[in-house]
Design a protein around this ligand. Sequence first.
Ligand code: ADP
Ligand code: F6P
Length: 321
Amino acid sequence: MTVKSIAVLTSGGDSQGMNAAVRSVVRSALYHGLEVHAVQRGYLGLITDDIRPMDLRSVGDIIQRGGTILQTARCKEFMTLEGQQKGAENLRKRGIDGIVVIGGDGSYQGASKLSQQGIRTMALPGTIDNDIPFTDFTIGFDTAVSIVVDAINKLRDTMTSHERASVVEVMGRHCGDIALYAGLASGAEAILVPEVPYDMDRIAARMKENFEHGKRHSIIVVAEGVGKGDDIARELTERTDMDPRVTVLGHIQRGGSPTHNDRILASRLGDYAVRQLLAGDSGKALGIVKGELTATPIDEVIGAKKPFNKELYDLTLRLSQ
Ligand code: ADP
Ligand code: F6P
């Protein structure tokens, strides 16, 4: 039996491109003759029954907006079986038999539980962290990296004038991809990520040597999962006569207009989710790997860890002299 009516929600930490994904789900569903609903505030809205029908115009003028018009929430109650049953019941009583969940790894756990409640479920990777396996990129990551690169470009100007070192703390609790991609793209001298242990003696020695050979600025990008930028700066100060400045980019990385890459990723995945539901599929996490759309069992994705791109990491080290 195929779905007739579906819902969409955004959950967990927001990310740029979530709106483009919502737009894609809604417009694709309507194109295919389905009814489509929005759930406000993630799993919380499922439990409180904050669900409304959507039409073509309700997703107008949002493809370029950061944040999520559906808002997002962290909902403890949905972690209980009673919460999950209540959420599924609220969908069923409206005749909704399929749902698209847009969020990070925590939201994927919720999506898995929802599918166990008999709701046909598709999960889309919405997080700036790029920490979801079985997809090359998550929705929001490209925009977040662009923001960090832009910030480092600016820092570089003033660091060069003063011949200083700069420590830039970026987001990524368990995944160093924002630090890695932004560090490579902005010519950082060191990238500190949770996936690779760092040796501050070696980093400090290299930075000193580079300054002696005429380098006029130094940038260390540190993922928050490694530690605080202030602590890294202190470790550097203890080993050199540098007087580094620390910048914590924080939630700036999660806002602003999504890049075209994130809009396209979101648009492709939203449409694919609707087509998978129409085909009778459920319990899948969708992604794009080497340009191809992929559908992987959610539980397999939850149980896996995204492989770290050691090739890019080594390249950064080779180039940053
Ligand atoms: P993200 O999706 O960005 O990783 P969270 O980890 O905060 O964000 O998860 C978002 C929400 O997903 C949680 O607030 C909760 O409602 C739901 N969730 C997380 N883990 C589970 C779980 N094990 N079972 C059911 N729901 C969960
Ligand atoms: O969206 C993921 C993430 O940005 C992490 O990198 C970060 O640690 C976390 O969210 C912070 O989110 P919040 O302040 O909303 O708890």
